[in-house]
Design a protein around this ligand. Structure first.
Ligand SMILES: *Cc1c(COP(=O)(O)O)cnc(C)c1O
Length: 400
């Protein structure tokens, strides 16, 4: 590893890297481009053969019987909230340490998100806290596989089964992750994925719900296309003009153009997961030796997909807070980020539900010290070394 100047770039020293390493980035190959071009020339732009092909491939990868494509992960979460039959007056328990879309999807159905604090090791929702938040109005649990580490699915499934709740797993970080040797996708009642460019597989914008329940799959398809009982391509095939609208749905369809990209991208998932796991291993090996840095925990039953690599600072041994360290790493051209601002502390949630902060101490404490480091499958070992060198340099500077 090259020896870098000790003066922080923040203080005028030479940065570890001359160009910014982003925290996440997609990779589009020539065969991805060719797949999209082929579909553009095929005559089908939306809801044609590529949607069915992408759904079948995603169902297989996720180990589920059914997969229903949506126009985004957010639309897919909304679909899951609809299929779970969330209605005004209902509650769904979820985690505050997630992207706001998870909780928003509960609100879209007029139901109320009830947050439960996270476990300190994985930062996934804590089943004991979920139990504390159950009321007679609770209808569903929306768990998140934070950073790609599966949620505590054994305990959450047990709660859901005992109370007759629908378990929805927001696996937008976790395509390819495993729980007890089984892929996430068929372990909860519904599992939601995102194909936004920062995720493992991209369609530009896109999402998917996987399930083993045929009735839920049917409700998801209904909701995706206006609540109309027959999709346009089926009507065309059957030369039928008559249709009925049986529920209030939306246009949340994903196009054939996007799905062509998805089919091509999904083929690269194994290599992509292997690469992310290698970067995570190198990070953990290096950061375990740096005092002041806490590495992410991995439970025995979990094989994470490593969407994010989130370190936590140990404030007791540092003369700086998270924002100082984050600014110093940015100056070294390391594209650091923070996941997430706890949802209950966002203005909309504070104003609507009266949160003041302090309600979810584990999530809030984690948020105060967390930093997301670059992690994407096109990262080289040299990129990884740069991140390690920059963290080492910055933490050494701020250590007491
Ligand atoms: C990305 C993401 C979403 C939203 O997915 P979009 O495809 O961007 O709509 C929801 N939940 C989590 C945890 C995510 O990371």
């Amino acid at each position: 590893m090259p020896v870098h100047e000790k003066t922080l770039a923040l203080h005028g020293g030479a940065p570890v890297r001359s160009t910014l390493l982003p925290y996440g980035r997609q990779e589009i190959d020539d065969d991805d481009v060719a797949a999209v071009v082929e579909t553009l020339r095929s005559g089908w732009l939306t809801t044609g053969p590529k949607v069915a092909e992408f759904e079948a491939a995603a169902a297989e990868v996720a180990g589920a019987a059914h997969a229903v494509a949506f126009s985004s992960g957010t639309a897919a979460l909304h679909g899951a909230a609809f299929a779970a039959d969330l209605q005004p007056g209902d509650e769904a328990v979820t985690t505050p340490l997630t992207f706001c879309a998870t909780a928003n999807s509960i609100l879209y159905q007029g139901a109320t998100p009830v947050f439960a604090d996270v476990s300190d090791d994985t930062l996934n929702v804590d089943p004991a806290e979920v139990r504390r938040r159950l009321t007679p109005r609770t209808k569903a649990i929306f768990a998140v596989d934070f950073a790609g580490h599966p949620a505590d699915l054994d305990a959450l499934s047990e709660i859901a089964a005992a109370r007759g709740l629908v378990l929805v797993e927001d696996a937008c970080h976790a395509l390819g992750a495993e729980h007890r040797g089984r892929r996430v996708g068929g372990l909860a009642a519904m599992t939601v994925f995102s194909f936004h460019p920062v995720k493992h597989v991209t369609t530009g914008e896109g999402g998917m719900v996987t399930t083993n329940d045929a009735a839920l799959a049917a409700r998801l398809r209904l909701f995706r296309s206006h609540g109309i009982d027959v999709e346009a391509h089926q009507r065309q095939a059957a030369a039928r003009w008559r249709y009925d609208m049986v529920a209030l749905g939306n246009n949340y369809r994903l196009s054939d153009i996007a799905c062509a990209l998805g089919v091509s991208q999904l083929r690269k998932l194994p290599a992509n997961l292997a690469r992310r796991r290698r970067v995570a291993e190198r990070y953990t090996a290096a950061f375990s030796k740096i005092e002041g840095v806490r590495t992410p925990a991995v439970r025995a039953e979990a094989l994470p997909a490593w969407h994010l690599y989130v370190i936590r600072l140990v404030p007791e041994v540092l003369r700086a807070d998270r924002d100082d360290v984050l600014a110093a790493l940015r100056a070294e051209n390391i594209g650091v980020n923070v996941h997430y601002i706890p949802v209950h502390t966002l203005r909309y949630y504070r104003e609507r539900f009266g949160y003041k902060g302090g309600e979810y101490p584990v999530a809030e404490a984690a948020h105060a010290v967390e930093i997301t480091l670059p992690l994407f499958h096109a990262m080289t070992d040299a990129d990884t070394d740069d991140v390690v060198a920059a963290v080492d340099k910055v933490i050494a500077h701020f250590r007491r």
